[in-house]
Design a protein around this ligand. Structure first.
Ligand code: PMT
Length: 411
């Protein structure tokens, strides 16, 4: 794997030689690109010795550019990893600015980008950094960590760079070497977001789903080289790169779009919060208020997940169960009733599950389970997709046994 390793100016840069060693141990060819401030923390001489390649740092270095221009470098990379990544470099990538070699490569590359943030915990929690982190995730940038613990400044909190070994493992698990992704050649259909069930031309019944979980699953599946079809209810999220997106409104629309896409699918993941009921009669004109109370008759919507699971030669089918109480019990009962291959039990409430950046889930299948600690949806999705791939291959009886790596934000 060709890895451009960007090193930016944080105290964690002292771990860079160890990171290079671990990337090379796994077969990585590492080209280091340092920012000017990184040079304050670690010497180019040490890094050149461990990487075996001249260090690049200056966009205007004529000799280095003649050997391999920044555009060639951007094309050469199978992955661009920035570790440590400062708040500044995250902001630069978000803005699309390219004042130096590293950010120019980020703008010019089509390879996946992974960043391992490292900064003071107050800087990490600053709304600006968190907003940048969210944008990067939505654009498909892999955020590795940060870890929680004592910091160089003497304080404690989230912001430590995760350990070099965990970064190296995560980079190699991105499935970025062509044809080596866990789901290379597999078609994965995912539903995400809410549905809207119209009452009249101006009103509808819906729910609080933001689509973040389903979109994160789609990005994680793409990172594992799946062909992904995302059937999305109305959300306010950018389309993940490389994903075929079908936008729908109602449960019936989602049912039809799913069945159009499902025929040759290998895996179906139902992350959407689909309405269970819709108004029996959609009024042609806006309903006027007359009486003190009013009733709307509701009828059942199609159960998309159950209908896919019931197909004779259907895909490996994964449901979510959003529950406010007895989460595991209700999820297990849905696994059985809907005849699913796997179910992801999701506790939901005012502050969890719906429209949050974090989530916490437990996964069940007929003879097993796995529990995941609270983590960002993007991070959770990466681990869930690996688990889905593992169970998919086990169910199909193939030899492929993908590795399962949990990149935890807790050290
Ligand atoms: O979108 P976010 O804000 O990120 O929030 C994520 C989430 C909480 C919505 C997501 O993680 C989640 O739990 N999705 C499932 C929500 C849901 O509808 O759960 P349920 O227990 O009501 O339904 C069980 C399963 O049946 C789900 O896989 C659902 O997609 C599916 N279903 C439900 C009803 C229906 N008519 N058709 C379906 O396919």
């Amino acid at each position: 794997m060709n890895i451009v390793l960007g090193i930016t100016g944080g105290i964690a840069a002292y771990k860079a030689p160890d990171l290079v060693r671990r990337l090379r141990e796994r077969g990585g060819d590492v080209q280091i690109v340092m920012t000017t401030s990184a040079e304050e923390f670690v010497t180019g001489t040490a890094l050149q010795a461990v990487s075996g390649r001249p260090i690049r740092s200056n966009l205007w270095d004529k000799e280095a550019e003649a050997a391999m221009s920044h555009i060639e470098l951007a094309r050469w990379a199978d992955v661009v990893l920035i570790a440590p990544a400062t708040a500044e470099v995250m902001a630069r990538i978000v803005s699309g600015g390219a004042p130096d070699l590293l950010t120019t490569i980020c703008l010019a590359t089509e390879a996946p980008i992974a960043v391992a943030p490292a900064m003071n915990h107050v800087m990490w929690n600053n709304p600006a950094t968190q907003a940048n982190r969210r944008v990067l995730e939505e654009r498909g940038v892999h955020i590795l960590g940060p870890g929680v613990g004592s910091q160089a400044c003497g304080e404690t909190g989230a912001g430590r760079m995760i350990e070099p070994d965990a970064i190296a493992t995560a980079v190699f698990d991105l499935g970025t070497s062509k044809g080596e992704g866990l789901l290379a050649g597999k078609k994965v259909v995912i539903t995400a977001g809410p549905t809207r069930e119209p009452i009249d031309p101006v009103r509808y019944i819906s729910n609080r789903s933001s689509g973040k979980m389903g979109y994160a699953m789609a990005r994680a599946a793409i990172a594992q080289e799946a062909d992904v079809v995302l059937i999305s209810g109305p959300v306010n999220l950018p389309e993940p790169a490389g994903v075929e997106v079908h936008s729908v409104l109602s449960a019936q629309d989602m049912y039809e779009a799913t069945h159009d896409a499902i025929e040759d699918a290998d895996i179906f993941i139902s992350a959407a919060a689909v309405a269970d009921y819709r108004p029996a009669d959609v009024k042609a004109q806006k309903i006027k208020k007359n009486d003190e109370s009013m009733s709307i008759e509701l009828v059942r919507c199609p159960d998309i997940l159950a209908s896919v699971a019931a197909l004779d030669t259907g895909p490996f089918t994964v449901g979510f169960a959003a529950e406010t109480e007895k989460v595991d019990d209700y999820a297990r009962s849905k696994l059985e009733k809907k005849k699913l291959d796997m179910i992801i039990a999701n506790r939901v409430g005012d502050d969890c599950g719906f429209d949050t950046d974090d989530n916490s889930v437990n996964v069940f299948w007929t003879d097993g389970e796995r529990r995941f600690p609270t983590a960002r949806k993007s991070e959770l999705a990466r681990n869930l997709i690996e688990l889905v791939a593992q169970r998919f291959y086990a169910a199909r009886g193939t030899d492929t046994q993908p590795r399962l790596t949990v990149v935890s934000n807790i050290e």
